[in-house]
Design a protein. Structure first.
Length: 339
């Protein structure tokens, strides 16, 4: 069984019913999620030995978060306990011309005070094939950023393949702060994953003639950017492309490449149910493909299909099987009832 490791913050997610505004009615649905946790869940569901590293408080909320991970098949033996609180985020689903919104309440959460020396990185990566982390975790403070750097360095030393999803969050840090932390990490990263905005905000790379606000994207505009990313150290760069007609309707595709010309995926026109976690599902699909011996173009097709399916499912976790993803990747996008 292939061992993969992810490191990050699992959070309590609170969402109003359906497409209501926050506290429009006095009801919030409580689930769990978080970028790296979402990747860990997908990979566990697809048959990997998925090990998740985090720190949660020693209280009932922390217990529930660990149970949620275990219920999805994720290994939690490297989950540390301590600190005062689990991070929270409030997610409101948008519709039509009303954007989805996220409100964070994660200051002073348990992972923000994690000492890197508390994690036995060498033991963690023993026998592992892949390590995944995101820029969200590095944005949680100096200690968290130090942990991310130590983890990538230890994985690199153990000859474990690594991926970094830039995942820039402007509500957590500035572009200057992100670039100061993330750019030095690239020397220990094999695969960089980004969306259209991440490249400029997290790496300072301009993409000409692109306007994500109006949904104007041209895949050819990203080709030179992929080469520039790989010149910084990574072997591959993957970029998800979201053509936003509205909050409800998106075009979804991706590019994957190295220093040569990139591969371009199929595109799906998605009616959004919950877009949160779509990029994480893509990252998990790419890791799944690349570690299971699939050709890069097949890995890209699988990843894009996985990301598309996630955006039809409420909550952070992508509750689909390998067979579900492969069916869509093979061209069955009709949505007909499976009987």
């Amino acid at each position: 069984m292939t061992k993969v490791v992810t490191f990050g913050e699992i959070m309590l997610r609170l969402s109003p019913p359906g497409f209501e505004r926050l506290l429009q009615s006095p009801v919030l649905s409580a689930t769990f999620g978080g970028a790296e946790a979402n990747v860990a869940v997908s990979l566990a569901q697809w048959g990997f030995d998925s090990v998740y590293v985090t720190r949660v408080p020693s209280n009932a909320i922390g217990d529930a978060a660990v149970r949620a991970l275990r219920a999805e098949g994720v290994r939690t033996d490297f989950v540390l306990r301590g600190g005062d609180r689990l991070g929270i985020y409030f997610a409101e689903s948008g519709a039509s011309q009303r954007s989805s919104t996220v409100v964070y309440d994660r200051a002073h959460s348990s992972i923000g005070d994690l000492d890197s020396a508390s994690v036995d990185w060498a033991e963690l990566f023993r026998g592992a094939a892949w390590f995944h982390v995101t820029g969200v975790t590095a944005a949680l403070g100096d200690k968290a950023a130090h942990c991310v750097a130590d983890a990538l360095e230890a994985a690199h030393a153990a000859q474990v393949k690594t991926s970094l999803d830039l995942n820039y969050r402007r509500k957590l840090w500035s572009e200057q702060e992100a670039q100061a932390v993330l750019l030095p990490l690239l020397k220990h990263v094999n695969v960089v994953i980004a969306n259209e905005e991440d490249l400029q905000s997290a790496l300072g790379l301009e993409v000409p003639d692109v306007d994500v606000r109006t949904g104007r994207l041209n895949a050819s505009d990203y080709r030179h950017v992929i080469r520039r990313v790989c010149e910084m150290g990574p072997d591959l760069a993957a970029i998800t492309l979201r053509r936003s007609t509205s909050a409800s309707d998106n075009g979804w595709s991706a590019l994957l490449g190295g220093k040569g010309y990139p591969l371009e995926s199929q595109q799906y026109d998605i009616r959004i149910v919950d877009r949160i976690g779509g990029g994480d599902a893509f990252a998990a699909g790419l890791i799944y493909g690349l570690t299971s011996g699939r050709a890069p173009e097949d890995s890209l097709r699988f990843a894009v299909a996985a990301g598309a399916l996630k955006q039809t499912i409420p909550g952070d976790f992508n509750r689909v099987s390998v067979e579900d993803v492969e069916r869509l990747a093979a061209g069955d996008a009709s949505g007909r009832v499976q009987r």
